[in-house]
Design a binder for this molecule. Structure first.
Ligand code: TYD
Ligand code: MG
Length: 453
């Protein structure tokens, strides 16, 4: 009799290898390989995935492939539609990740209720009892008409229920609690999460069901379980931001049907998540008078410009190795900017602790924040506030040059809309006709920007 072949999966990255090793050959993590039973190849059981060529291996000319707009149905929650790229796509799979208690179940229950009126929705709860879900629905003040509820963690039973109910929207809360009989390991383990998700995804693709999967996030800030989940789905949404704050930011980390990095902003109220339609207003703290170390910048996340406040605190360090702490920005970027400031601005920081924070718990991933960070650091170091009504954006290069960023005009319009009166920006971003009421200071070197203050 042929011996059943084993395979090994990495707990960190989900890579597969034929034999065990102390270190994952793919991602280099130690002690992360676990044995997984051999399962049939994907597609073997569900041969009818009609989404791509009907599974018959037909080849077509790229030019002949129809490019009809993907039909989208709005979820009824504006900010969610924005991160999804305009609405739900049939057969698409959306992974919603975030820290415990940040509002994943709340958002999906609200979405399910909003959709329930017009389409068949099946909400599978693996973490909470139906009573708990019903209690939350009551608290949210949603009727829940048209939302079918199933408390189940066995994938095979979930799929059977899907065959009976034929939902158009399926929510599985959460992927870590479900298990499939095809794999013998415990729920939440890598091979379980991977195989269960694969079965649900295959069902979604084959039946055209829009599938929401809830995923937990580990302490390191990654989705628990293998990273392969991110590859299997069409869209990855993350709740980010500070759980202590009232505001919740949902970011599209990946989206096959829309712009990546799109942000949706919500406020957590006692009746659930409310969309915030003018998020610029909430990321600016209202200081009575200008304070040192605070600079307002215009960032552009996804397709929307956003005004955010960057704060810096610079203080003489008692340590031989001064501290550099950033929240909401990239750590290495700060080290680089401080070096540029020392070399091209003539302001050394080697004996100063530097703390930088983006107000409101939003993460700024783009380089357009560079100039704001440098000016905030300098303002705190000199203990001199910047003028009221000033807004900045621009990338800073290692040679001390100020480089342009995308969508300059859009950023200017956002600044003018919120009553800012003066903007420092890269020369290449300077508009021919500045918006009314906005004085434009175009700079091409760091020294010019510092002189403009
Ligand atoms: P929940 O959606 O259960 O989080 P997750 O599924 O991501 O773990 O969110 C629970 C938190 O939200 C909890 O701390 C209470 C808070 N909350 C409100 O503030 N208002 C509400 O209307 C609801 C339903 C929850
Ligand atoms: Mg939950």
């Amino acid at each position: 009799m042929a011996k059943a072949k084993s395979r090994y999966l990495c707990n960190e990255c989900g890579a597969e290898s034929p034999k065990w090793a102390g270190r994952c050959p793919d991602c280099g993590a130690w002690n992360s390989l676990v044995e997984a039973p051999q399962t049939s190849a994907p597609g073997g059981r569900f041969a009818g995935y009609a989404g791509a060529g009907g599974g018959r291996g037909e080849v077509a000319d790229l030019t002949e492939v129809g490019v009809a707009e993907t039909p989208r149905s709005p979820s009824g929650i504006g900010e969610l539609d924005r991160v999804l790229g305009g609405g739900l796509v049939a057969g698409s799979v959306i992974l919603l990740g975030g820290d415990p208690g940040i509002g994943k179940s709340t958002l999906l229950l609200q979405t399910a209720a909003a959709l329930g009126g017009s389409r068949r929705v099946l909400y599978v709860t693996g973490e909470e009892s139906p009573q708990q879900v019903a209690l939350r629905a009551r608290r949210l003040g949603v009727g829940g008409e048209g939302v079918r509820l199933l408390a189940e963690t066995r994938v095979e039973s979930i799929l059977e229920a899907c065959v009976r109910e034929r939902p158009q929207v399926l929510v599985v809360d959460s992927i870590q609690t479900v298990f499939t009989e095809a794999v013998s390991s415990a729920p939440g383990s890598v091979s379980q999460v991977r195989e269960s998700a694969a079965q649900l995804v295959r069902h979604a693709k084959a039946s055209g069901t829009a599938l929401f999967l809830v995923g937990h996030v580990t302490k390191e800030g990654q989705l628990a379980g293998p990273r392969v989940l991110e590859h299997m789905v069409d869209t990855v949404l993350y709740f980010e931001g500070d759980p202590g704050s009232r505001f919740r930011v949902v970011r599209a980390v990946k989206n096959r049907f829309g712009a990546a990095n799109e942000l949706g902003v919500f406020a957590m109220t006692d009746r659930g998540l409310r969309p915030v339609s003018n998020p610029s207003a909430i990321f600016l703290s209202r200081h009575e008078a200008p304070v040192p170390g605070s600079v307002v910048m215009v960032t552009r996340e996804g397709t929307r410009p956003l005004l955010v406040e960057v704060q810096a605190l610079v203080d003489a360090s008692p340590l031989g190795n001064p501290r550099r702490v950033v929240v909401g920005l990239e750590q290495n970027r700060l080290a680089m900017l401080l070096a540029v400031l020392a070399r091209h601005g003539g302001v050394p920081m080697h004996d100063q602790d530097v703390f930088v924070n983006v107000v409101g718990g939003v993460r700024v991933g783009e380089t357009g924040a560079d100039l704001a960070v440098i000016l905030a650091v300098l303002s705190s170091f000199r203990d001199r506030p910047l003028e009221r009504g000033l807004v900045v954006f621009g990338e800073v290069g290692l040679a001390g040059e100020i480089r342009p960023v995308p969508s300059g005009e859009e950023r200017l319009r956002e600044a003018a809309k919120h009553g800012f009166t003066r903007v420092i920006l890269p020369r290449a971003n300077a508009p021919k006709r500045p918006p009314k009421g906005l004085e434009v200071v175009a700079v091409s070197r760091l020294q010019e920007a510092l002189a403009a203050l």
